[in-house]
Design a protein around this ligand. Sequence first.
Ligand SMILES: [Ca+2]
Length: 176
Amino acid sequence: MGMDDCPPPLVIFSVERSTESGITTSVGREMTLTRRVDVKYRDNRTSYIDRLWLAGEVELTNTRDQAARVRYRHSVPFDSWFIARPPAGSPACVEEGAVVALWEVRLDARESVTIDVSWSVDLFDRADLNRDGVVDVEDLGIFLTYYGTEQRIADLDDSGIVDGYDLGLLFSRWTG
Ligand SMILES: [Ca+2]
């Protein structure tokens, strides 16, 4: 699931964000004694329905007089009601309530490189048990096989047991 293997946070740096028509633009720069990171990307963190995406570039600069590795990481939050599934080979991974992506490049002395940091991750409703994009009678069928158990996939409210509250949640998300 990739739930536990997201890379740990790096030094946080400030990014200016503005949102217009559901698209958030982030621009920022981090400068230390050894590196400079310039980011500019857009994402749909405020308007996603079934897909969370981010598109943009990061310029990484090694300001040292010797080769070094420079890393860049970002994290985009989403409603934890949804299950996020990065496609195979994606730079993105998922931790609780956020999509995380990390890049690392080796740069020569004083070298600068611009990298594409775009990704896209499918989001599934937690009640969409077979992850096919709709909450319908097939999901209800799966749900009922787990009724009364502690099966986590059907324990929609994380109470520890699959019961009537979970059934109510499933119907509240019904798309038919
Ligand atoms: Ca389904």
